[in-house]
Ligand binder design. Structure first.
Ligand code: FUB
Ligand code: ZN
Length: 647
């Protein structure tokens, strides 16, 4: 007889139900910081990107191929993708506002792309103009499929948002060439930088052509079999070290890993591939429970723009590339739509963290200056590192981030809500109007709020013709939340909703969707302290202050002369500035006191340290104002820190 463990009956592993949330396409952001950001994106960021495409040489790289420019090729091998991402931003902006102000530019640009595209559908200005011998020959580094993936995403967005077919037609030529070259019966090969996978799935969705999905699946299946030359960072850099279904740990170049995960999730959903989705569940935990910065940023290593080990999250040496946050946002959204394992609240909470922190910090108030790298601490004597200047820049030699920001901001509204059979789900609290699909009885829901500037939220249901429908609103679980009906009576609202929603800090409240109903929610925005997992060694003994979804930071400019951000310890708890319903102030107040600066680098522990720890909290402490990390550096360039030593 064996011991009891060997006789234990294990439950059979059942395929998990893939619950699909449908994206609610018609969401307009009308009020609050996200709406204002979209307007600034349209008025400043997108025109700035268009201008920089000309200044940086990207447009000339196309024109020189048809005799329109004598200039040499400029930029990195993947510079074409800057143009395609900008076109995508324009497409989403047309969808948002209906603008025609970019139409002339679009007509000219699509004409240029058509003229440069070869008869067989090939297009890549670096290969065509600099080294034609390398066509599909060095997929590890040439980025050809990555660049074509961005072209396809732009074409799909223009079709969806502006009902324009011209770019989509060019995309199909390129995709058909890829199917003929790399599809079944063709050669083996994957791109060193994942991206094409999700683009092909999107092209399948918009055209219905199955071969595009099959090719995306083939690219996923071929990864992890050593097709790429390992290079100086090894196979992990390209996520080519293990088959995707066996790889549960995020490694290597962060943007590559997160774009790969987005494409793999798309393929899993469209092919009902449970093994692939299960691998994505493991990846998701690896990324978000062990490798994410509190600001929703990713990548601890500069050298390979890559993930570090578990819990290796140094705030000052964070690489935290803007594109990695964007890539993760795209992936979380796909996991949410897929009904994947962590539950919608977990995915939405990460998306909210990313939008209000790392993504928001990557751009300045003018909408024309950007961070590529978003560390959580700047020392007073910090120097610029490659791609990590101390102030936001107008553009970069490697300009992947700015147009990525533009296309993401233009589509922010689409991350707000989804619907399932009888329920409208609101995942992000933002001032908006949501047109209900006919499946839910038409009509609309308006959300009046300037959250997270103020905590008041008023939700109204308009012109609904159906009954027995529900509204599931994600309200942060650690915030005080009272839901009142339109007469001001307190409603007892159960936590949502069915077995799809796991218990989590971010619960959904289930409300009946009734025509004319008005719900009032008060979210408590009092600043609160968070600490990191004890294994995040770099910030042990430190706290971060959060106000709603916003991470706060202490800036040099807010300290009195003679004191630096590296010389203070926070004492006690933070206090709010302004009222909860006051949207003019998004700062908080903390008390800090100075750390004595010893003469030696490594003094012996002694009585002076003990005295420091024992003196009352109020002694020698002074109040200072802290502001959201999202807006740091907007007052004045200088030192900054999110994590504060705390006593
Ligand atoms: O390689 C293309 C893009 O350039 C990557 O996603 C970024 O990390 C930057 O290296
Ligand atoms: Zn980037």
């Amino acid at each position: 007889m064996g011991d009891s463990r060997s006789r234990r009956v294990l439950a059979p592993v059942l395929p998990r139900r893939i619950v699909k949330h449908k994206p609610a396409m018609a969401v307009s952001l009308v009020d609050g910081p996200l709406a204002a950001w979209q307007v600034r994106n349209a008025e400043a960021t997108i025109p700035h990107c268009i201008e920089q495409l000309a200044v940086s040489g990207v447009i000339d790289n196309f024109r020189r191929l048809i005799g329109g420019s004598d200039a040499d090729f400029r930029g990195f091998v993947f510079a074409d993708s800057d143009l395609y991402k900008t076109i995508e931003a324009v497409a989403w902006e047309i969808g948002r506002s209906g603008t025609d102000r970019f139409d002339v530019w679009l007509d000219q640009t699509i004409g240029l792309i058509a003229a440069v595209q070869e008869p067989d559908g090939y297009i890549d200005t670096w290969i065509q103009g600099v080294d034609p011998q390398k066509r599909f020959a060095e997929l590890d580094w040439t980025h050809e499929l990555y660049v074509m993936g961005h072209l396809i995403q732009a074409g799909v967005a223009l079709k969806r948002c502006a009902d324009r077919d011209d770019l989509l037609l060019l995309c199909r030529r390129t995709a058909d060439l890829l199917v003929a070259t790399f599809g079944p019966g063709g050669r083996d090969g994957i791109c060193g930088h994942p991206q094409i996978e999700m683009a092909l799935v999107e092209l399948f969705r918009v055209t219905g052509r199955r071969t595009y999905l099959d090719l995306a699946k083939r690219f996923i299946d071929q990864r992890g079999h050593g097709l790429l030359k390992a290079g100086r960072f090894g196979a992990e850099y390209f996520q080519d070290h293990l088959p995707v279904r066996q790889s549960g740990t995020a490694v290597g170049h962060a943007v590559r890993q997160l774009y790969l995960n987005s494409g793999a999730t798309d393929v899993a959903v469209e092919t009902a591939d449970i093994a692939l989705l299960t691998a994505m569940d493991a990846q998701w935990e690896s990324v978000h429970q062990r490798k994410m910065y509190v600001t929703g940023a990713f990548g601890a290593h500069h050298q390979d723009e890559g993930f570090g080990a578990d819990f290796e999250l140094p705030p000052d040496r964070a690489y935290a590339e803007t594109c990695a946050t964007i890539a993760d946002l795209q992936w979380c959204w796909r996991m949410l739509l897929a009904g994947a394992g962590a539950g919608p609240g977990a995915y939405a909470a990460v998306i909210e963290r990313e939008i209000h922190n790392a993504l928001a910090a990557s751009i300045d108030r003018s909408g024309k200056k950007f961070f590529y790298s978003n560390p959580l601490q700047r020392h007073p004597d910090d120097r610029a590192h490659e791609n990590a200047p101390v102030t936001r820049q107008s553009w970069y030699d490697c300009a992947c981030c700015p147009p990525n920001i533009a296309r993401t901001v233009a589509q922010l509204g689409s991350y707000v809500a989804t619907f399932t059979e009888d329920t409208l789900w609101i995942h992000l609290i933002a001032g908006c109007r949501i047109e209900l699909p006919t499946e839910l009885g038409g009509g609309s829901v308006t959300v009046d709020t300037t959250y997270p500037l103020a905590g008041r939220v008023r939700i109204r249901v308009n012109n609904l013709s159906a009954s027995e429908q529900y509204l599931a609103v994600r309200l942060p679980g650690d915030a005080v939340c009272n839901v009142l009906d339109h007469k001001g009576d307190l409603l007892l609202v159960p936590n949502c909703c069915d077995d799809e929603v796991k218990p989590s800090a971010d619960a959904y409240r289930r409300l009946p969707l009734v025509d004319g109903a008005v719900y009032l929610v008060d979210l408590d925005l009092a600043p609160r302290l968070v600490r990191a997992h004890p294994r995040v060694d770099a910030v042990r003994g430190c706290v971060a202050v959060m106000r709603g979804p916003q991470v706060m930071c202490l800036e040099q400019v807010d300290l009195p002369a003679g004191l630096t951000v590296d010389d203070v310890v926070m004492v006690g708890a933070p206090t709010p500035i302004g009222r909860n319903d006051d949207d003019r102030l998004d700062s908080a107040s903390i008390y800090v006191r100075t750390v004595r600066s010893p003469a030696e680098l490594y003094p012996l522990m002694g009585a002076e340290d003990d005295a420091d720890c024992q003196s009352p909290v109020e002694a020698n402490s002074l109040p200072v104002t802290i502001h959201p990390f999202a807006s740091w550096g907007n007052q004045e360039a200088g030192a900054m820190r999110v994590w504060l030593p705390h006593q």
